[in-house]
Design a protein around this ligand. Structure first.
Ligand code: IPD
Ligand code: CA
Ligand code: CA
Length: 272
């Protein structure tokens, strides 16, 4: 059954309610991560020996999915560890990475987060990324800006790549695939002021939004890695495309986000 779109005011009100729930659930999941951070973890592997999942990923996802099912039972859910709730007729779809930065988490490296993106009729509408160790909650609603607490986020004004701090990441098939991003890494290392591989795609995107990074690119990501972060970058005035300057694929697996000013220079580096 097709649904009629709500008037704009209603969508704003609904988005605020969705944002409030996403923030609450991200903070609750983040508290699990923070409290368990220094303990021993049950670690299993997924697609490769370096692709990990811990009991904390699973617990965080269960908490978030159960919170959504309780408050908004008709919404669709796509969640990394399989807690999906398919509903083709749903207007709202939650896309969840319960713990982005699992390898960091498993090693006690303090860079990980909860990422929750919510689409309205297939369009990114709400994004929340919560870093529990720094107690930083990045959030955005379409056309209403991106915020870190009370602070409105703006991308950097760094004018050229030679003055830029850039980040990237590598997929879990890096040990066995030739499409491994290593050549790009080499090129960028020689062109940018600094290059980082910090291990959390969602935080990398939020750091572009906050002006802490000037650019971030990666391949072979999944929808849950980028669902919140793309909206947060765009609402902070950044530019997000794929590595050929086209739209980011629905899968999210080819992404370049920058402050806009250095976008063309980064594209050139990725396409030599
Ligand atoms: C990973 C992280 C990492 C990125 C990988 C992702 P996960 O997500 O975001 O930074 O390089 O491509 O898969 O597995 O920790 O949720
Ligand atoms: Ca992830
Ligand atoms: Ca994850």
């Amino acid at each position: 059954m097709s649904q009629v779109s709500p008037p704009e005011g209603d969508l704003t009100a609904q988005s605020r309610a969705v944002l409030a729930l996403a923030v609450r659930l991200a903070r609750e999941a983040g508290e699990i991560q923070r409290s368990r951070y220094e303990g021993e973890h049950e670690i299993e592997t997924k697609s490769a020996a370096i692709d990990l999942v811990t009991e904390v990923d699973t617990q965080c996802e269960a908490l978030i999915v159960s919170g959504i099912r309780t408050e908004r039972p008709d919404d669709a859910i796509l969640a990394e560890e399989g807690g999906d709730h398919a509903n083709q007729a749903a207007a709202w779809r939650w896309i969840i990475d319960p713990l982005d930065g699992t390898v960091n988490y498993a090693h006690g490296f303090p860079r990980f987060c909860v990422s929750i993106g919510v689409e309205y009729r297939g369009e990114r509408q709400v994004g929340v990324v919560y870093d529990p160790l720094l107690d930083e909650c990045f959030e955005a609603v379409r056309n209403a800006g991106a915020f870190l607490g009370q602070r409105r986020l703006e991308v950097s004004r760094t004018p050229k790549l030679a003055e830029a701090l850039v980040a990237t990441g590598f997929a879990y098939d890096v040990h066995r695939s030739d499409v491994d991003n290593v050549q790009n890494f080499g090129h960028m290392l020689k062109a940018a002021r600094g290059l980082r591989r910090d291990g959390s795609a969602a935080l990398d995107l939020c750091y572009v939004a906050a002006g802490r990074l000037d650019a971030y690119w990666e391949f072979k990501l999944h929808p849950w890695d980028v669902a919140a972060g793309i909206l947060i970058v765009e609402e902070a005035g950044g530019v997000v495309t794929n590595s050929l300057a086209g739209p980011v694929p629905v899968s999210g697996d080819d992404i370049l986000s920058t402050n806009g000013a250095i976008h063309a220079e980064v594209l050139a580096q990725l396409n030599q």
